[in-house]
Design a protein around this ligand. Structure first.
Ligand code: PMP
Length: 377
């Protein structure tokens, strides 16, 4: 059997999900580092854990694991629709936002198509484009590392099928103001789909941000992606959703596997949507942690990007990998950004207040070490 001849022609462009230190579950991180205490600040997870209401609902769902889940997740669709002011047929569930990105790619991208992806953006847009054998076309970032919408417009050709945007953007945390996004969408040809990934939506409350669900009412070619992994703290349950006009949602539904979202995830999501207090507590924890981080960066004279998400991207002015290693020795795992050409930057997720206090103390210590190589992005 010659596997190299058997796999699809896109195979050379696909990479398995990496399992570097920053990608490991926390118990495996502890093992790898030989440490008892490890702070995982590399995944933009919610440190508060799921809502107690969601935990109770998921425990209840366990007793029915012999039964297949609802295929569409009707109860969850109804609740999301009510909350977002759309109809249930405008909503579709997925196995995390990750799967929704793949479903969109599978629905729309042919090998001859082009997908525009901002240069510094979540990696799964590229992975899904490659999966379909379509051509990724990178659009530039602005000087301040915001997404350059004019730059994206200039990349549109008659082969463009999809434009991926992330708002707030991962890994920068920056937002595209709502008025700019609306003006942009109005200039995008109607046969080009604009996918707006709002995984961090619930953390954003400034800098002109507004959800693009509003845009889906006016533009048939806008599709919004959300997740329960972040503010709702259900990352391991794997549930996300998309919002768009009925025809668009129906098209993606043709590709969706029959039981892509399990019943535990559906029960957890449903209960989470009813726990506004937990969302408020998560946002508050995030605001406190983010302030602690940013105050520390100010104190150290470091440049960082103003974030509307649950992480901050900071330019350490040193070799990011070296800073990463020294933080890891102390039990703090963050994310390097050298893959995006940001060799001196790190992305740090917001943990609990006490975790962030411990982190800033360790970070200050590391930054004082005089043998750290200084570099510029
Ligand atoms: N989109 C963005 C921008 C993300 O940062 C992430 C998670 N890191 C996802 C999608 C995937 O989230 P999920 O856990 O829902 O698959």
């Amino acid at each position: 059997m010659n596997l190299t001849q058997m796999v699809r022609s896109v195979y050379p462009n696909l990479t398995p999900y990496t399992c570097s230190l920053a990608d490991l579950p926390v118990e495996e991180m502890k093992q790898a580092l030989g440490l008892e205490q490890v702070y995982k600040l590399s995944f933009n997870e919610n440190p508060l854990g799921p809502s107690p209401k969601a935990i109770a609902a998921m425990q209840q769902a366990l007793t029915q694991l012999n039964l297949y889940p609802s295929s569409s997740g009707e109860a969850v669709l109804n609740k999301i629709a009510e909350k977002e002011g759309v109809q249930p047929q405008n909503v579709i569930l997925s196995n995390g936002a990750d799967e929704m990105i793949i479903l969109v790619a599978q629905t729309f991208l042919e090998p001859e198509d082009e997908a525009i992806i901002p240069q510094i953006c979540f990696v799964q847009y590229l992975a899904s484009t490659n999966l379909m054998g379509a051509k990724p076309v990178f659009s530039p970032m602005k000087e301040d590392l915001g997404i350059d919408l004019d730059g994206a417009l200039q990349k549109i050709t008659d082969k463009t099928k999809v434009i991926f945007l992330c708002n707030p953007n991962n890994p920068t945390g920056t937002v595209i103001p709502a008025d700019e996004l609306r003006a942009f969408v109005a200039r995008v040809p109607e046969n080009v789909l604009v996918v707006i990934d709002e995984a961090y939506h619930e953390f954003a409350d400034g800098d002109g941000y507004a959800s693009s669900v509003e845009l889906t009412r006016d533009f048939a070619n806008v599709f919004v992606i959300r997740t329960f992994s972040k503010v709702y703290s259900l990352a391991a349950a794997r549930i996300g959703y998309g919002i768009g006009q009925t025809e668009l949602v129906d098209a993606v539904n043709h590709v969706r596997p029959p039981f892509n979202v399990n019943s535990i995830a559906q029960a957890g999501a449903l209960a989470s949507l009813d726990d506004a207090e937990h969302v408020a507590a998560s946002r508050q924890n995030n605001a406190i942690g983010k302030k602690l981080l940013c105050d520390t960066f100010d104190e150290l004279g470091l440049t960082y990007l103003k974030s509307q998400a649950n992480f901050v991207c900071v330019d350490t002015g040193r070799d990011g990998k070296a800073v990463f290693d020294r933080l890891a020795e102390r039990g703090f795992i963050v994310r390097t950004l050298a893959g995006y050409g940001l060799k001196s930057s790190l992305r740090i997720s917001i943990g609990r207040e006490e975790e962030m206090r411990a982190f800033v103390a360790a970070f200050k210590e590391v930054m004082q070490e005089s043998d750290l190589p200084t570099i510029k992005n």
